[in-house]
Design a protein. Structure first.
Length: 202
């Protein structure tokens, strides 16, 4: 049963250690490379061409390229900073004694209704499918809980009744972001991995 969770309770901008699956790491690394090697150079050229067209006060092409470039640099910085703190979690490293990254948690409300939540990292989360980030407010409430522990959210008390390995999480990113994963595969085949972009592993 879906829980109708509010998005603000399941998404957050987190600046600490970022746990993720290898697919999510690879896809975000591919995006960083694409921004750095392709999009920024192309947009810089577009900006230069637009500048040559004359009065910048009435040059919409220049303004658009300038704005796009600022957005690309911001996204580049964001991914680069997050990658420094990435820990890639392998499926075999998942433990089910407590709720944590890669676990599937079944909760039972006070009226007996059961709901299921999968705990993941912010690069893997998909709240609409009840895959939530461990860094989100709701994820933080569930993180570390054991069977029979209680969690309260939405004004309702819930009891943890089961904690199992979320085997479907590994491969889930590929299913929902096939293009990003495909792009990373193509780039990896074409060139060696950059050592500065290698994650830690758990």
């Amino acid at each position: 049963m879906r829980m109708g969770m509010v998005r603000k309770d399941t998404r957050t901008h987190y600046t600490g250690t970022l746990y993720c699956t290898k697919e999510a790491f690879d896809a975000n690394r591919a995006e960083l490379r694409d921004i750095t090697d392709k999009q920024i150079p192309e947009t810089t050229r577009e900006k230069s061409i637009a500048r040559e067209k004359g009065d910048l006060r009435e040059n919409s092409e220049y303004d658009a390229a300038k704005l796009k470039l600022a957005q690309l640099y911001a996204r580049q910085r964001e991914i680069a900073e997050r990658i420094k703190n990435v820990v890639v979690v392998r499926e075999e490293a998942i433990h089910t004694d407590v709720a944590g990254f890669g676990t599937h948690v079944t909760l039972r409300s006070s009226d007996g209704t059961e709901s299921n939540i999968t705990l993941a990292g912010e690069w893997d989360d998909m709240p609409e499918e009840n895959i939530i980030s461990i860094a989100s407010p709701l994820g933080q409430q569930i993180l570390g809980k054991k069977t029979e522990d209680r969690v309260s959210f939405g004004g309702v008390d819930h009891t943890v009744v089961r904690i199992t390995k979320a085997e479907d999480l590994f491969g889930h990113y590929r299913e929902h972001h096939p293009l990003k994963v495909e792009q990373e595969t193509e780039r990896t085949d074409a060139s060696p991995s950059l050592p500065t972009l290698s994650p830690q592993e758990a």
